[in-house]
Design a protein around this ligand. Structure first.
Ligand SMILES: [Zn+2]
Length: 326
């Protein structure tokens, strides 16, 4: 509980200040854009704002407690006057049904209707224009919170009608330090910080018990690769692939393998480069393979194949065969 609030307060002090000021003085806008790079917690921040509009026991900053019944209803998306819509789903029929709802009065006693449109840049412009007209009515009790990974791809006429709140880009150093402060081992902190910019999510990933398992499969895989052993494929079929409980874990494994190969590629150019994780194995890989750039490509292709629900065993067979011959 209160994770996103702590995160905003500690790591996004400007955003926190802006939210605090507007909620405390009751000067909230009708429409917001929460922007941040891919992987940053834009949706989590939008949800926190939604809670802050209707929370029953706001804190001293007039922000959501994240515990009361209303906050929980927002979290579970069961609050009657609240909706989260993905930008790409905002087709004409969805827009029409939202417009209809805009015309009705609020159901819950707080008398405010809150809409989050996640990744607004993926929504058709005509739909957005229709919705914004409603929101701009002077006596409107509608609050719209848009999230975005790229404000520059949103029409300026829309941006100008919203208050834009930008999440600060985390520097690699900040990310690593944040994890270390939370008792994450150095090598894990460096490895996971390369995968995503979301400090909170990274912390959750590393603290999850499956992380050690996935890291072990990674270590085994790097060992097989470093020794260029054909037995890698058999290991993966018999043991490796069974360690993954779901697609997210496979994604994480492939992301980590990709990062290690990127390190190997850097080492190929610059022998003095030291990797903060699996340095010995990465050194061996960098000297044994000619085409590490192609290995990184192989991983990208495997990720695409997995997205189309291809047979996982076949995708991994193909990937490992390709990797070993580069
Ligand atoms: Zn609350």
């Amino acid at each position: 509980m209160n994770k996103i609030k702590n995160y905003l307060e500690d790591k996004q002090p400007i955003v926190f200040q802006v939210l605090k000021n507007s909620f405390k003085s009751n000067k909230t806008s009708h429409a917001y854009i929460i922007s941040g790079s891919k992987g940053s917690p834009v949706l989590e921040t939008a949800m926190f704002m939604a809670k802050s509009f209707i929370c029953q026991s706001k804190d001293e900053n007039a922000l959501a407690c994240e515990e009361c019944i209303n906050c929980q209803k927002i979290e579970n998306q069961t609050y009657a006057d609240f909706k989260v819509i993905n930008g790409e789903q905002l087709k004409t029929d969805v827009t029409l049904s939202i417009q209809e709802e805009f015309n009705k009065s609020a159901i819950e006693p707080e008398n405010v209707k809150i809409y989050i449109i996640h990744l607004i840049e993926k929504a058709p412009i005509s739909s957005l224009n229709k919705l914004l007209k409603f929101i701009e009515e002077p006596d409107s009790n509608i609050k719209a919170i848009f999230t975005s990974n790229s404000v520059s791809s949103i029409l300026p006429t829309i941006v100008s009608r919203c208050q834009v709140i930008s999440l600060r880009e985390f520097m690699m150093k900040d990310l690593v330090n944040y994890l270390k402060e939370n008792d994450v081992k150095d090598d894990d902190a460096y490895l996971i910080s390369r995968i995503s910019n979301n400090a909170e999510k990274n912390l959750q990933l590393v603290k999850d018990e499956s992380f050690e398992t996935i890291k072990n499969v990674l270590k085994e895989s790097l060992t097989y690769l470093a020794n260029k052993r054909d037995y890698f494929i058999v290991y993966f079929q018999i043991d490796g692939i069974k360690q993954f409980k779901n697609n997210d874990e496979i994604d994480l494994f492939l992301d980590m393998l990709e990062i290690c190969l990127m390190e190997a590629l850097i080492k190929k150019e610059d022998k003095t480069h030291v990797s903060f994780f699996f340095d010995d194995l990465i050194s061996m890989i960098s000297s044994k393979y000619e085409h590490i750039d192609q290995m990184i490509n192989d991983i990208t292709k495997a990720k695409i194949d997995l997205l189309s629900n291809a047979n996982k065993n076949l995708v991994f067979d193909k990937l490992l065969i390709n990797l070993l011959r580069r």
